[in-house]
Design a protein around this ligand. Sequence first.
Ligand code: ATR
Length: 269
Amino acid sequence: MMLHAALIGHPVIHSLSPAIHTYWMDRHGVEGAYGLIDTAGQGLPETIKDMVAQNYNGFNVTLPHKQAVMDFCDHVDDTARLMGAVNTVHIRDGKCYGSNTDAYGFVQSLLQADPEQHYLNGRIVVLGAGGAARAVVYGLREAGAKDIIVCNRTLDRAKGLSAHICPWEERSRILAGAALLVNTTSLGMQGQDKLDIDLAALPATALVCDIVYKPRETKLLQAAAAQGCRTVDGLGMLLQQAARAFSVWTGITPEITDELRDMLKARTL
Ligand code: ATR
């Protein structure tokens, strides 16, 4: 079995995806390589054409191309179309099939902390309204969540999401009674501003997830754990969306082992 795949985006240099896919390739005896292709705006169609010509099996797509890549796919599946973004492309017989594994990856990542998905029956608060929030809200809706509130600095941006919306200033207050809190903003990420939020109103029964994974234990997750909440770090979603992509390309469902997690933890302190 061979796999030739890559991540296309800009920038891509700090991506953990090559380490993840290379680990699975070694483990499952798959030959080939998963590379990084740094492509800014105009270069996208040429890059894709080259990959098809070179018989790549597929590629992942990250910022800023997740929407633009749809124009260069021969087929886009329902999930990706409804989300308005493609993050995984499978190349078969010279044709590009676009899908999106982010929403699936997010929902899967919560299963370890709450296998029965109790949060689906409660109130869910999502911070942020960018591409990551779209995947999170889509995944939660598909899973059956009814009560989702999106809280974003730019209120207009939250309006396109299938959720109630709430001004950014209300973010601490609306945590009262919440079953799940998800941070999808870039706040709290290495080199970014801190996420300023007071968790006092959040019940200790709530699950708290931060999709930021650098650092892995964000201040939000530390504060949540300190008041007794279960937490899910951003490595979970990263690994689960990657696992789904790997299985699209190879037909193999790869295992998310402790060894793989430990390897990534060492790189996301
Ligand atoms: P992604 O596709 O990874 O979600 P994005 O589309 O740039 O990235 O979204 C970043 C999110 O972080 C947005 O919700 C953004 O809020 P705005 O829509 O108001 O820009 C949020 N964000 C970034 N910096 C922020 C800050 N200083 N305060 C509040 N929210 C912030």
